[in-house]
Write a protein that binds this ligand. Structure first.
Ligand SMILES: NC(=O)C1=CN([C@@H]2O[C@H](COP(=O)(O)OP(=O)(O)OC[C@H]3O[C@@H](n4cnc5c(N)ncnc54)[C@H](OP(=O)(O)O)[C@@H]3O)[C@@H](O)[C@H]2O)C=CC1
Ligand SMILES: CC(=O)[C@@H](O)[C@H](O)COP(=O)(O)O
Ligand SMILES: [Mn+2]
Length: 390
């Protein structure tokens, strides 16, 4: 029986993790759950999975959650950053699945590694912000970091086909998002509802917007750099609108090994949970003849500048990727709130990366300070952009 703590249980990945745990209840047990603000769903999950500890995002929600749970839970509810860190380090957990969205995932994930837990990582922002520190901690504490992000799970699987020194390049596939074929003048006017409608995946709001700007692919490039210890020159991106080929590894002899499958996050989640075993999930099978055709095209860096920006930040190094991430979180929120337009997102992020003072990514405090500064500057940029377009 593998005991799992799950951070971000009420989200899209969190609920898929629980679906896999429910299906394989003879193999997995949930010992800790944490969520942000969805008290009702968290309470329902606690009643079903009976974890030992539970955490909710803000202190004012603790009483509301307690009211929905048996008295036996009242001393076992925590909150905020400390709550997440507590769930991430509880002695009963062998594995921590990090499925929260955004920078809030960094500290509990680092704590979990330092507490010797294997990690199932969906929260890509952790590696974008602090990939160097995280991978050093993984090596030092001899834990496994298993990717849940579909592309990284695909690469992880394709890497099993050869030796590390024989890898030439890794190639991330990108769906291209809902605006793949849209003219630049139309992109300016797209609404949050249009941007949230991903063609292939049903995901949380932030990552859906990131997919639409292609920032998601940029974040995934940085994630891949750290997870697989490759340089930015060794990472390619190809647009593949069907999301059937989840990513590829090119070896030095020219062989290209890919992982394919239907777009269902339970597949990479189950692989991370049960690695190296594979579980019979009973999902519908990929039928290539029904797919008919699989298309591939180059990404358009002019219409989707966020992807180029992410490569640039990766090459700059230091805290540049952490600033990119923080500015993007602010800009995405501002777009969803109707304060800036869709094409302003990458503009706000680019301006912020140039204005913030950058530091050393070997220093956790420098990363956290860069994140803090970037949020302030990005908010200013949002105000300036919003005022300019009013
Ligand atoms: N969805 C997908 O298919 C994929 C997602 N990912 C990555 O996985 C991560 C999660 O994405 P997704 O599930 O889509 O996002 P969602 O927005 O659906 O879920 C986010 C989760 O984080 C929780 N949360 C937010 N703030 C806090 C906090 N302070 N403390 C504890 N929990 C918090 C939310 O709680 P609440 O809802 O209660 O507020 C929710 O459970 C992201 O990093 C994303 O990039 C990667 C690949 C695919
Ligand atoms: C399911 C998953 O891993 C997402 O990151 C997904 O890949 C987003 O799709 P695109 O960013 O390729 O549009
Ligand atoms: Mn992905």
């Amino acid at each position: 029986m593998k005991c799992i703590s799950l951070l971000g249980s009420t989200g899209s990945i969190g609920q898929n993790v629980l679906a896999v745990v429910r299906q394989f209840s003879d193999r997995f047990r949930i010992v800790g759950l944490s969520a942000g603000s969805n008290v009702r769903e968290l309470a329902r999950q606690v009643l079903e999975f009976e974890p030992q500890l539970v955490s909710i995002g803000r202190p004012e929600l603790v009483d509301e959650l307690a009211a929905l749970l048996p008295d036996s839970y009242h001393r076992r509810i925590f909150c905020g950053t400390e709550g997440n860190r507590r769930i991430a380090t509880m002695v009963q957990a062998q594995m921590v699945v990090s499925a929260v969205v955004g920078a809030v995932g960094l500290l509990p994930t680092l704590d979990a590694i330092m507490a010797g837990k294997d990690i199932g990582l969906a929260n890509k922002e952790t590696l974008v912000m602090a990939g160097r520190l995280i991978m050093e901690a993984v090596r030092e504490h001899r834990v496994r970091l298993l990717p849940i992000d579909s592309e990284h799970s695909a690469i992880f699987q394709a890497l099993e086909a050869g030796r590390r020194q024989d890898v030439g390049r890794i190639i991330l596939t990108a769906s291209g998002g809902p605006f793949r074929a849209m003219a630049p003048e139309e992109l300016v006017r797209v609404t949050p509802a249009q941007a949230l409608a991903h063609p292939n995946w049903d995901m949380g709001r932030k990552i859906s917007i990131d997919s639409a700007t292609l920032m998601n692919k940029g974040l995934e490039v940085i994630e891949a750099r750290w997870l697989f210890d490759v340089s930015s020159e060794q990472i390619g991106v190809v647009v593949h609108p069907q999301s059937v080929v989840h990513s590829l590894v090119e070896y030095v002899d020219g062989s290209v090994v890919a992982q394919l499958g239907i777009p269902d996050m339970r597949i990479p989640i189950a692989y991370a949970l049960s690695y190296p075993e594979r579980l019979g999930l009973g999902l519908s099978r990929l039928s290539l003849s029904e797919c008919g055709r699989l298309d591939f095209e180059k990404p358009d860096y002019d219409r989707f500048p966020a992807l180029r920006l992410a490569f640039d930040c990766l090459e700059q190094g230091g805290t540049w990727p952490a600033v990119l991430n923080a500015a993007n979180e602010i800009a995405v929120d501002a777009f969803l709130d109707g304060r800036i337009g869709f094409t302003d997102i990458s503009r706000v992020v680019a301006r912020t990366t140039r204005k913030v003072e950058h530091g050393d990514d070997r220093d956790l405090d420098a990363i956290l300070e860069a994140d803090r500064q970037a949020r302030i500057v990005a908010e200013e940029e949002v105000c300036l952009t919003g005022a300019g377009s009013a």
